[in-house]
Design a protein. Structure first.
Length: 254
């Protein structure tokens, strides 16, 4: 049975999608059957794999609402062993529609993840930048959470709210949920600030912080505009090497 990991932080621009796209790519490249679920209506994970945004493409929304079976909305990517469940613009309205539904927090788990979990070794969920009902669904459907934290001002702001939400989900909805790890992103070796943030995060999360730190890297920033994971865009870049190392740490944890 596959391991389901949500990459979550309600702050935007911290590297959630970059982490999902690149870690999933490297893990799939090691021969593990891997699925990415794009839980963000902006569809950035799709873009990261070069999948065009189409108004009429059926995706996660249709599966959540029971319009389509999950098997019908899984798309291949150009990476061997790697599939994606795309989002579409309708997903932005799902938050409102879910409110009225029974077992609303379990829709992603029951309609999507549980139905395909036996088919994959790893499932990665790219969450929206909020702590709304979609992110709650992602936490309920997951075994664990990876939290990306950028090495910049206000990095730790709002983190207590995220941890509180994770604890609420753990106690009320998903007792097995745990923090898989914390990844430091956008590290700038030239600034004292990055070093200070790193020290604060390690002091708080201790051994939960991955040894691999993701640097601020031009090639990482460019890759999505070409619709390619960093492994395909520039495999020798510092960003590529870092995400490869991070994927190995995640695999090592099981």
């Amino acid at each position: 049975m596959g391991k389901t990991i949500i990459v979550a932080n309600q702050k935007g621009g911290v590297g959630k999608t970059t982490t999902v796209v690149n870690v999933a790519t490297y893990i799939a490249s090691e021969g593990y059957k891997t699925l990415v679920i794009d839980l963000d209506s902006q569809g950035n994970s799709c873009s990261g794999f070069g999948i065009e945004r189409e108004e009429n493409r059926e995706g996660l929304y249709e599966a959540l609402m029971g319009i389509k079976k999950v098997e019908e909305i899984i798309n291949p990517t150009e990476i061997k062993n790697l599939h994606i469940i795309p989002s579409n613009i309708h997903l932005s309205g799902a938050q409102v529609e879910l409110v009225e539904m029974k077992r609303r927090e379990y829709k992603l788990k029951e309609e999507v993840v549980d139905r395909v979990k036996n088919e994959y070794d790893y499932i990665f969920i790219d969450s929206p930048p909020s702590l709304g009902l979609l992110t709650i669904n992602g936490l309920v459907a997951s075994d664990s959470v990876i939290i990306p934290i950028q090495c910049e001002y206000y990095a730790l702001e709002g983190l207590s709210q995220l941890l509180k939400t994770i604890n609420i989900v753990k106690h009320r909805l998903n007792p097995a949920l745990k923090i898989e790890g914390v990844v430091l992103t956008m590290y700038d070796t030239r600034t004292n600030l990055s070093k200070q943030v790193m020290e604060e995060v390690i002091a708080y999360f201790k051994k939960k912080v991955y040894k691999t730190i993701i640097p601020r890297n031009v090639k990482l920033a460019e890759a999505p505009s070409f619709g390619k994971p960093i492994k395909l865009y520039d495999p020798n870049s510092l960003g590529a090497i870092s995400y490869y190392k991070l994927s190995q740490e995640i695999l090592k944890n099981g």
